[in-house]
Design a protein around this ligand. Sequence first.
Ligand code: 87F
Length: 484
Amino acid sequence: MAKKEQETKEIGITAKKDDDYGEWFSQVITKADLVEYTDVSGCYVFRPGSYEIWEKVQEFMNKEFKKRGVRNAYFPLFIPEKLLNKEKEHVEGFTPEVAWVTHTGDSKLAERLAIRPTSETIMYDSYKKWIRSWRDLPLKINQWCNVVRWEFKNPVPFIRSREFLWQEGHNVFATKEEVEKDVHDMLDVYALTYKEMYAVPVIQGYKSESEKFAGGDYTTTCEVFLPNGKAAQGCTSHNLGQNFATALDISFLDKDEKKKFVWQDSWGFSTRTIGIMIGMHSDDKGLVLPPRVAPFQAVIVPILFEQTKENVLKKCAEVRDELSDEISIMLDDREEYTPGWKYHDWEMKGIPLRIELGPKDLEKGQAVIVRRDTGKKDFIKLEELKERVKKELEQMQDDLFNKALKMKEDNTVNAESMQDLMKAINNKKLVKTNWCENPVCEEAIKDKTNGAKIICIPFDEKPKGKCVYCGKDSKHEVYVAKSY
Ligand code: 87F
């Protein structure tokens, strides 16, 4: 085996997704150059390979936000302690996770400053100054930023990190009806982003009382079921009702000249979503990226021999230039690596399409294209290449979504009894069952299943039958799964 080939063996993914998911995930994200670990536990470098995915997602979401009248702004990273404690209920339970700045140099600050774990209090402190009359509503603001939550559970890059990137949206309305609609509208943007960008299907629903954000009236969520049998909360949109409005006195003079409290929602979508996408699509060869988020959608690998090198490289450069106005494409013309080495490398890095071009292809006026997700190989006439590549990329985006949808459906089972439920959870299934709404039964489900929980009450529920735990009439159809 040539030296380079030997290297490939050593740098390929050695863990299997089905055998050791944790090790597999960590190898995929480091070997695909997405992430670098640092000396601070739970804090990771986003290398260009992952940061550019985030940029693509930001671009998509910004367009959707703007269509809905949401504007971007930026609020400070530091939140004075007094401000953070103004609405007590929402930080309760979270306090151990808040990181503080207490000193500058050697001197102690008069008031310590929280590093934002979320921005409700600091944003609403401004909102109460901006909102005076019904004419100031609705107010719809989003910010893209980093937040810090000092988690104590074992950190997993993207999925559970101590600093992460997100967008947090905070909208304000004059009426209950408007805010109720908006909570769903913004959750729909998330479901759309998951589908169109990440090729990931979600389950939309309500969080149970015990799982909702304590500062709000109710929480809606997109839940994602992953092939390792675990569900992940993919984002949330909360109806805050008038809780913050009454606590912080955010009010307005309505058309009828009466002072009224505003109605608010908040909604967040973080870089956890990148981890969810990776877990969904990637395989034992490494990363698999849906074309819409891939920093490069195709790579050209020339097959080089001394005699024909010049011609082949020339053609490859032509192909790159012709395709580059419609897709992001790269020519890997490095001569110190063999084509075989490059195939493995780009497979590991998740590039959706590989285009191979050698002297024999050149003679035949064709190129070979290979899809990352299926390994399907096609011989394409050069004059048809551009159209076929575009089509193949679109097809791949759809196929990845449909494969994920099928995986979820194939792994969803109904449970009528605790025995069914426990068995299904042991078999790493997503379980649909019935619940009476009693938190005691919710806790019991956790206990009996070794930690699986009610992940959501789907919007499209059809309540029926008896509670899986107590046997009383069921109020809700629910999904139960092990989760992150
Ligand atoms: C950690 C420390 C302090 C979550 C925290 O979900 C406070 C909090 O309020 C906290 N962790 N939360 C809830 C965040 C609610 C909400 N904020 C805006 C979102 C989406 C975006």
